[in-house]
Design a protein around this ligand. Structure first.
Ligand code: SF4
Length: 324
């Protein structure tokens, strides 16, 4: 008996795997990476428990879904239902390809308003392509029996009946399994963050097609939407500048730097016309150490080579209304 579990690296995923392992079922995990969530927590959980982990980058198919999720978004740009459905669909293919007997998750009935209600669990199951083969060990006794339970391959009596938002029973189980090192349940998905979601919406509203790099870029710096087709990203810190410089595509993007003093890295993804480049130079100068009104030189690099612009430093507030 082999089971493939979806893990976020959180306590519920860890416990669901250990509950099955206790029955003698061989368990393995898969974790999915996109620009919105990483595998860090899952890797930590795998090293604590010794459960083998496969990490799969699903960015391109995820971004396609994110543009138009069938069930829409949650409070922010989090398409939780379709996100779960997609992950289970991919896990279902992996289950078939690798001869696993079923898929399991750490979902707890009623724990999350959008994605863990009975109708939500039914919806993702229907969309997954492996209906009947998704076991939720922590809430199994409150849900219809799955095929492996009906076939007697999994002992339903040794599964659990946890529901709701309280973490009490999970904490007790963690103690029983001697699990001390686990992350807090919240966090981990940027799509639930209001500020990041505003940037995602801006990207989806203005750029098509968009790719993994475009979403990665949303994590750094200040973002100014100058017009329907052009935006400018201004690094806020040295770290921002370092990350942004790695994301530059010199064949497509235009990037600016102060010539004679420290200042931010400013990026115009896919470049822009003269007016946009001039605005970007003003933004670069306004976020540098130059004094208001001072004339400063800004280097402009891009597919057409190097150019030097001299601009007069304006107040930062001039572009406040363009901030996303
Ligand atoms: S919070 Fe993020 S990762 Fe979790 S289900 Fe929702 S969209 Fe997916």
């Amino acid at each position: 008996m082999r089971a493939l579990g979806l893990t976020s690296g959180g306590l519920d995923s860890i416990l669901s795997a250990l509950v099955l392992k206790e029955q003698g079922i061989e368990v393995a995990w898969v974790n999915f990476e996109t620009p919105f969530f990483s595998s860090d927590r899952a890797r930590r959980a795998a090293s604590v428990t010794g459960i083998p982990l496969t990490v799969k980058n699903i960015s391109s198919v995820y971004i396609k879904m994110l543009k138009n999720p069938r069930c829409g978004y949650g409070t922010n740009m989090n398409p939780c239902l379709d996100c779960h459905a997609l992950m289970l669909e991919i896990a279902g293919s992996m289950m078939r390809e690798n001869d696993f007997d079923f898929v399991f998750t750490g979902e707890v009935l009623g724990q999350r308003a959008m994605s863990q209600t009975r109708p939500s669990l039914r919806y993702v199951e229907k969309r997954s392509g492996i209906a009947g083969y998704i076991l939720r060990p922590l809430s199994a006794k409150l849900l219809p029996a799955t095929i492996p339970e009906v076939q007697g391959l999994v002992d339903r009596d040794r599964l659990l009946d946890i529901s709701g938002r309280s973490r009490k029973r999970q904490m007790e189980l963690a103690e029983r399994f001697h699990i001390e090192d686990y992350p807090s349940p919240a966090g981990g998905c940027l799509l639930t963050d209001p500020a990041f979601s505003r940037r995602v919406k801006d990207l989806l509203d203005h750029h098509d097609p968009c790719e993994e790099r475009d979403f990665e870029m949303l994590k750094y710096g200040r973002l100014f939407r100058l017009n329907e087709t052009h935006k400018v990203v201004v690094g806020r810190t040295r770290e921002d500048n370092r990350h942004l410089s790695k994301l530059i595509n010199p064949k497509k993007d235009t990037y600016l730097r102060m010539m004679d003093m420290p200042g931010p890295l400013v990026l115009i993804p896919s470049g822009g016309p003269k007016k946009v480049v001039h605005d970007a130079a003003l933004l670069c100068a306004a976020h540098s150490r130059a004094k208001e009104g001072e004339a400063v030189r800004v280097s402009v690099n891009g597919p057409r080579g190097l150019q030097i612009l001299t601009v007069s430093v304006c107040p930062r507030e001039k572009y406040q209304d363009y901030l996303v």
